[in-house]
Design a protein around this ligand. Sequence first.
Ligand code: ATP
Ligand code: MN
Length: 332
Amino acid sequence: MERKLVSIQVVESLAPIEGADQIEQARVMGWTVVVKKGEFRPGDRCVFFEIDSVLPSSAPWAEFMRSRGFRVRTIKLRGVLSQGLALPTTILDGEVPEVGTDVRDRLGVTKYEAVLPDAREVAGGFPALVPKTDEIRLQSALGVLDEMRGQAFYVSTKLDGSSATFFRAPEGEFVACSRNWALAPGPNPIWRAAERYDLAKRLPPGIAVQGELCGPGIQKNRLGLSEVDVFMFGVYDARVGRYLDFADFIGFCKEYGLRTVPIEREVRGDEALHFEHTLDRWLETARGLYAGTKNRKEGIVVRPLVESRSATLGGRLSFKVINNDFLLKDEA
Ligand code: ATP
Ligand code: MN
């Protein structure tokens, strides 16, 4: 699900910040956000901007963000983590739509995208038969906690690289894709990965395999790899329109000699039945380092062992939990 970057939300509660008289902390969905003191009362509606919103530089209500380049990011104010931005609905200058409504376009907000350093040649659009890779942040979809409760699940490490999708159409054509595009065959790292595993020949028709390309020159190479490789996190069968369950996904990768993202734990049986799915516990679990490095990991991705549908997400049940330490110290 594409997250709602800017939407109408409810300020659930407010709490003072020690030593601060101009600001206080508000709770919006699962987020803690610092707001101007007295601007909201509990239950008020607000316009909530998620992290990586880029505000329009011409709007008077956004002017105070000029020194920050108009980009909303995770910051710490008086020792309090602020994730997002809550502004009064008066900035809408008109009728306030119902809670949950996406007002990104109405306000002219765009999303910050880190640009990859190497320009890659685009061969065409992303294959329509395959879902693009994406994960919703837990704090934006707390309903998934209830949906996960009692289910067997697994936790993988979220790698901070670049998304890659390899797909053979049911009619036979093979494509290697970045996050949003099919790439022209050439010396780019995604096609090199395809060659390394001979995917153009070996991938069965209708199957897409998706992973994170990591290594030197990609993001900050926090895994400390000496060469680029791809770590798979999903296998999709386009003929039936479904991702393979965990066991089949692992089996598939074994058969094709593909690496997977690190699997941190598998939780099943009694442990799954009694697992305490709370935001705080997940935030704690998301902390830590990439194994064998001194680099903070970006976070984790949580999915049921057996694929299931999420009403909250309107699609596949799966979410990411970003490591708050990573956000504060490492985000460029
Ligand atoms: P946001 O949705 O928060 O705006 P974004 O769309 O840029 O951010 P990311 O934060 O990069 O998305 O998270 C989703 C991406 O994480 C996926 O597209 C995938 O490329 C990558 N990823 C890395 N590790 C994993 C993993 N273990 N499981 C699933 N996806 C992973
Ligand atoms: Mn996303």
